[in-house]
Design a protein around this ligand. Structure first.
Ligand code: SF4
Length: 391
């Protein structure tokens, strides 16, 4: 059986490289044009080329989103753009408009994936798309398990499903809240996440929001593999490198444990604890195993609080000292964890910190400073330090 793909978002080249190192099999990115999430940094053609080379060296794939709602004015230049991106080495385009399916399949040997923006929710649509030469469908987040299973059983289509991250309150972006409140078009990359805002209702003192809880499918990974899903997608091209490294490595460990036949309740509990800590919003399995209801919403106006868990990333080694690009406060005596690209979690007590002049210091309290630390074991490059999640 072909192993399921773990698909990561990446808003820029740094995130793409982190995703490749931390367990993603494929990465989806946006170009500077024609992609939703217009305010993610996004990739120039040179960066797409560099990203593809980096990923291909490691045996990973890169997909480019071209999933805005196209108006006539948007079509100018898109054919030339696609040709340039193909020359960069892209493995697939994620499109929402059917004219692009025909154009790409007629002209290039590149896969075409139908974006979740098209909200495909049923077998007949997938059969139709199969005839149109679509290689993969990213199902709407609103499809239930038994419907996914039926679609897989009755077609040859590769099926991609979201497993983690934020949900859209309205069916996959079919929403004009952003247009109305901020003049930013959600369907051309401008969503301002208005559904998360707090609104004052006339006759209530309590703030009201329309936001839904996040998606977290960790408990169903084994089942989702067994029903034959091709690709597990993580949401969030705006997410930080630390978030990506943490979420990807948790799902990597769960997926690998399923294939190695050693997924235990303890392992699952540990990974769910990590996943709930890295994003402190509550989560749900939403439509997969039940009809999403009031308990899947945040009507209270609760907002996500930022945390200071990410302490820094190892960027080099000089003699016995690891160079650290520091992010948040930590000090001598703190118990911390080091997460590594080979999926280990190493617990250590900080017993030395040096500044960039190699002077011993007690406290690391300047974000973005360069520090040095000695550890009594080998730590791979690009490992990340975080507050302790497991104790
Ligand atoms: S405002 Fe909310 S519901 Fe509308 S597109 Fe953005 S995330 Fe989706």
């Amino acid at each position: 059986m072909k192993k399921v793909e773990l698909l990561s978002p990446a808003g820029d080249l740094e995130r793409l490289k982190i995703a490749c190192l931390y367990g993603a099999d494929a990465i989806y990115i946006g170009g500077r044009e024609y992609s939703l999430r217009a305010n993610a940094t996004n990739f120039s053609l040179e960066e797409i080329k560099e990203g593809c080379s980096f990923a291909h060296e490691l045996g990973k794939k890169v997909y480019l989103t071209l999933n805005i709602v196209f108006h006539n004015e948007d079509i100018n230049g898109v054919y030339d753009y696609i040709k340039s991106v193909v020359e960069c080495g892209i493995d697939a385009f994620i499109v929402s408009d059917l004219f692009l399916v025909k154009y790409i399949k007629d002209n290039f040997q590149v896969e075409v994936h139908l974006s979740t923006q098209d909200s495909v929710t049923n077998l007949e649509s997938v059969k139709y798309l199969e005839k149109e030469r679509v290689d993969r469908v990213v199902l709407a987040r609103e499809v239930a398990r038994d419907d996914i299973k039926k679609i897989i059983a009755e077609t040859n289509m590769d099926i991609e499903v979201f497993i983690h991250g934020a949900m859209c309150t309205f069916v996959s972006g079919r929403c004009v809240l952003s247009n109305y409140f901020t003049n930013r078009d959600a369907n051309r990359g401008g969503c301002a996440q208005i559904c998360r805002f707090c609104f004052d209702l006339d006759d209530s003192k309590n703030p009201f929001s329309m936001a839904v809880k996040d998606l977290n499918m960790a408990n169903y990974i084994k089942d989702m593999i067994e029903i034959g899903i091709t690709s597990f997608k993580i949401e969030g091209r705006m997410r930080s490198p630390f978030y990506l490294a943490t979420v990807l490595s948790s799902y990597r460990r769960i997926i690998d444990a399923v294939y190695e036949n050693n997924l235990t309740d303890d392992l699952l509990k540990k990974e769910i604890k990590i996943l709930s800590r890295v994003s402190n919003r509550e989560n749900s399995t939403h439509f997969y195993d039940h009809k999403a209801n009031l308990s899947d919403q945040y009507y209270s106006g609760r907002q996500e609080a930022s945390n200071q868990d990410y302490l820094g990333i190892i960027t080099a080694k000089k003699d016995d000292y690891y160079q650290l690009k520091q992010r948040n406060y930590f000090k001598i005596g703190d118990k911390i964890e080091i997460i590594t690209p080979n999926m280990d979690i190493i617990e250590v007590i900080v017993d030395n910190i040096y500044n960039d002049k190699m002077e011993a210091i007690e406290v690391a309290n300047q974000a973005d400073s360069t520090l040095y630390i000695k550890f009594n074991k080998d730590i791979p490059m690009f490992s990340m330090l975080r507050k302790s999640y497991l104790n």
